[in-house]
Design a binder for this molecule. Structure first.
Ligand code: CO8
Length: 373
């Protein structure tokens, strides 16, 4: 058996930013337009008017201040309200692949690993641009990697589930060097016309190189152990899929074909599930909460993370112990905890211990206990 480690991480951040104020101005223009179009039905009580959104609500409810997106223009156009991305030919790399390559490049440079030495690529994300061929295999080809590649989808927990899969294979010796990449185009499956959720998500890609500690070229994080758990819930759901055209209603743009959630229930049910999961995981490893130097949590909601951090550490964590990035990125699904890890781990010293933990639809929760070397 070999000891696996994370030896490099990378984050690709799209350069277009939407602030809360910009988002709210476009949503409110859309609401006014729709309410004017439906004025008669609204007056007759047949249609509910669309309520305005508010920046103050968004910040207070979530802690989010802005989000990065691949296409700001389409999202903010009240006549469009979704990203408009150039259609690519089958001979060009897909959009997810292009984002992934940028994150992989940084991760490989940090790990000082040549792409040709990678023998496993996992593309782990909450939605795939197409059904097949696997996006991961395209990334493998564009990187010039060896071995094999496959896609995984466990919604917001995709990165930690992917890290567990890669770490187990490195541990067993079936692969030597893996890269787990999380290109998240959340703007594509977010319903920007619904004020309850239009502020939640952003686009990003992250990548993590996982290899044997013995092969590490510089400072790295040994993966002490991983733990994944799932429990079925309909509270976060998306009914889009390949059977779409087989449905008798023939409708291609129904509300439930985008992200839907019962946010309050998610909050109430997932917080205890995640804190119990993390506490049980570290206890199994013989690690006391006082020994944890850092928590890199999934980035969905600031209050949610405050609750979880307090429950796990038994006290209010300092901002530096549990870094948040969601004010700048919003929820980037599986990539959130990896962005936090990538940006806020270099200051740790050998022997320091931390936990990367992601959670979300499924429900699903994945934790990775790491020690700095
Ligand atoms: N502006 C003004 N008012 C608003 C707005 C708005 N934008 N939105 C809602 N309101 C109103 C509501 O209508 C409600 O009004 P009323 O009291 O009259 O009914 C009031 O504000 C309060 O609304 P909520 O109860 O919904 O507010 P909360 O305090 O619960 O906050 C949150 C809402 C922020 C959604 C919160 O519940 C939350 O963060 N929950 C956890 C959600 C979560 O973590 N989800 C995980 C999803 S991520 C995942 O698993 C990945 C899925 C795949 C990725 C998908 C990519 C698109």
């Amino acid at each position: 058996m070999f000891k696996p480690a994370i030896t490099g991480t990378g984050v690709f951040t799209p350069d277009q930013i939407i602030t809360n104020d910009e988002l709210v101005a476009s949503f409110n223009a859309y609401a006014d337009k729709m309410n004017a179009q439906n004025a008669e039905a609204i007056a007759a009580g047949d249609v509910e008017p669309i309520q305005h959104s508010s920046s103050a609500f968004i910040f207070k409810a979530s802690g989010i201040e802005q989000r990065h997106v691949l296409d700001k223009k389409g999202v903010l156009n009240p006549d469009v309200m979704h990203p408009e991305l150039r259609q690519r030919s089958d001979d060009e790399p897909s959009i997810m692949t292009e984002m992934a390559l940028k994150a992989c490049q940084t991760a490989l440079e940090q790990a000082q690993v040549d792409a040709s030495d990678i023998d496993l690529v996992i593309c782990a994300a909450s939605n795939m641009e197409r059904a097949y061929p696997a996006v991961a295999i395209e990334i493998q080809k564009e990187l010039g990697a060896q071995g094999f590649a496959f896609d995984m989808n466990v919604a917001c927990s995709s990165a930690t589930f992917g890290i567990q899969a890669a770490a187990d294979m490195v541990r067993a010796g079936s692969v030597r060097k893996a890269i787990v990449v999380n290109p998240e185009i959340c703007s594509g499956h977010l319903e920007w016309r619904d004020r309850d959720c239009h502020f939640i998500f952003g686009d990003v890609a992250t990548a993590s190189v996982i290899e044997r500690t013995d092969d590490a070229q510089g400072s790295h994080f040994e993966i002490l152990s991983t733990r994944c758990a799932t429990q079925f819930s309909n509270n976060i759901r998306n009914n889009n899929g390949f059977l779409r055209r087989s449905r008798p209603d023939g409708v291609n743009d129904r509300r439930d074909m985008q992200f839907m959630q019962n946010g309050r229930k998610v909050f109430k049910e997932v917080v205890p599930m995640v804190s119990a999961h993390m506490l049980a995981h570290i206890a199994e490893e013989g690690i006391a909460p006082e020994q944890l130097d850092r928590l890199w949590l999934h980035q969905a909601n600031k209050s949610m993370n405050d609750f979880i951090g307090k429950k796990v550490l038994g006290r209010t964590p300092d901002a530096s112990e549990q870094p948040n990035i969601l004010q700048d990125y919003a929820n980037t699904s599986s990539a959130g905890s990896i962005i936090a890890f990538s940006k806020y781990s270099a200051d740790l010293t050998p022997g320091n211990i931390g936990v990367i933990c992601s959670f979300g639809a499924g429900y699903s929760v994945g934790s990775v206990v790491v020690r700095r070397h």
